[in-house]
Design a protein around this ligand. Structure first.
Ligand SMILES: Nc1nc2c(ncn2[C@@H]2O[C@H](COP(=O)(O)OP(=O)(O)OP(=O)(O)O)[C@@H](O)[C@H]2O)c(=O)[nH]1
Length: 432
């Protein structure tokens, strides 16, 4: 796995998202996904688990803003009022660019809304789905499946999770804290990469994200610390946090600023927000680009993520080779058992399959001779006759008349019995 020093790049050194490095990674992930699809088709789905990027952090620490900065689009529900209430499983699918047209769209496979090209509509749908979780439940474990197809994204899965809370408010369940912890624990398992998001203006000692990641990844080999809201603390303090001396992580900390303009009704693109972040770090050059070579900016975060993913995938290649080898040996064995090393051609294979089909068909017709057919037919007819009789009975207009007649006969019978002192219900039964 790459060490932090490998990637201590500054904003000035970063390239465009579609650099050769980026393309290399896209190619690699595509190949791995092809292999995974193949393994899936032969029931070896567990052999290759591509890591997902899981974002955890306190409520309103800036998780969604960071995810958007990675993807390069604004589409996630954001706000200060616990807006992420369900896990959002975001699958990015790299599509080939069609000439100059960049075909980009999103899809909610579970909702049947078709291709959505308007990111604002995606954001609205996600917000509605999240806010539909009743406040008495506060969160739901049921993930929202969103897929984004674009020539500008690598094949990746990113997961946005509800934020950790310190204490549940009055209208929230008392067990909320435990529920969120359990949900996050489910997602931060191996081999997933953890983005532990902490706001710069909150003491790292209180970070539930770092605490949770340390439990499952004590050496910090698959955890990147992301310090958001760097603009809210003095630059010196921000730089000290990023140095990671207090709570070291093997993959280090990346500082970002994803600050919205704050002007009402003004919609900004992610690029504008990212540029504002870059400007912030540039204007504090001494603290952030001085001797320490700290990692800052969303481009650096994206690049760091790619490096970590690449090394994680490389380390899983060994497992894939073993799985494929095992599958090959099994197939060879089956072939030997079934064909005894006979030479087979497409024609002989088809002929054998047709013979087997014929034999099965013959067996089936033998089971299904006249008595069996007669029995089945009789059962069906009996059922139909009963249905027709039932319909006739209930649709007969004289039904109330019959009922009244029956009742009067019963009554007469009872009176007769009382008159001559008879006992027992035999007569009544007959009268009815
Ligand atoms: N000043 C400043 N504000 C930020 C920054 N990043 C995010 N915010 C704001 O912080 C608030 C919360 O951001 P979100 O991205 O929604 O946080 P979240 O962690 O996804 O929130 P939940 O899903 O509700 O837990 C929003 O109003 C953002 O605009 C930043 O770098 N600087």
């Amino acid at each position: 796995m790459a060490s932090p020093s490998d990637s201590k790049v500054t904003i000035e050194e970063t390239d465009d998202f579609s650099s050769s490095n980026q393309n290399g990674l896209m190619h690699l992930t595509k190949k791995l996904i092809e292999i995974r699809t193949m393994l899936l088709s032969i029931d070896q789905s567990d052999a290759l688990k591509l890591p997902s990027i899981v974002v955890i952090g306190s409520q309103s620490s800036g998780k969604s803003s960071v995810l958007e900065a990675i993807v390069g689009h604004e589409f996630l529900p954001k706000g200060n009022n616990m807006v992420t209430r369900r896990p959002i499983e975001l699958t990015l699918i790299h599509t080939p660019a069609n000439g100059t047209d960049a075909v980009e769209y999103g899809e909610f496979p579970g909702l049947g809304l078709g291709k959505i090209t308007d990111y604002a509509y995606i954001q609205k749908t996600l917000t509605d789905l999240n806010l539909a979780v009743p406040s008495t439940d506060a969160i739901s474990n049921e993930p929202i499946d969103l897929r984004i197809y674009s020539p500008h994204v690598p094949d990746l899965t990113l997961i946005d999770l509800p934020g950790y809370v310190q204490i549940a408010s009055l209208d929230q369940p008392e067990t909320l804290k435990e529920k969120i912890t359990a949900l996050c624990e489910k997602y931060i398992r191996e081999p997933n990469i953890i983005l532990a998001v902490c706001a710069a203006d909150v003491d790292l000692a209180n970070s539930p994200a770092l605490r949770a990641s340390r439990k499952v990844d004590p050496l910090g080999l698959r955890t990147i610390g992301v310090i958001t809201k760097m603009d809210l603390v003095p630059p010196d303090q921000g730089a000290t946090i990023l140095s990671g001396n207090r709570y070291p992580l093997h993959l280090g900390y990346v500082g970002v600023v994803c600050k919205p303009s704050g002007k009402k009704g003004r919609k900004e693109t992610i690029e504008v927000v990212a540029r504002r972040g870059d400007d912030y770090f540039r204007s504090n050059r001494e603290q952030f680009y001085g001797t320490g070579h700290l990692m800052v900016g969303t481009d650096t975060l994206r690049r760091r993520l790619m490096e970590v993913l690449e090394s994680s995938m490389a380390s899983s290649l060994h497992g894939i080779t073993n799985a494929v080898q095992l599958e090959l040996e099994e197939a060879q064995y089956q072939f030997k058992v079934q064909y005894n090393d006979r030479r087979i051609s497409p024609e002989s294979y088809v002929a054998e399959t047709v013979d087997a089909l014929k034999a099965r068909f013959k067996e089936f017709t033998a089971q299904f001779r006249k008595p069996a057919v007669r029995e089945k037919l009789k059962g069906m007819l009996d059922e139909r006759v009963m249905d027709v009789l039932e319909q006739l009975y209930w649709s007969d207009k004289r039904l109330p008349e019959f009922t009244a007649l029956g009742e009067s006969r019963v009554r007469a019978e009872i009176v007769g019995r009382e008159g001559d002192g008879r006992e027992g219900g035999e007569g009544i039964g007959r009268a009815v």
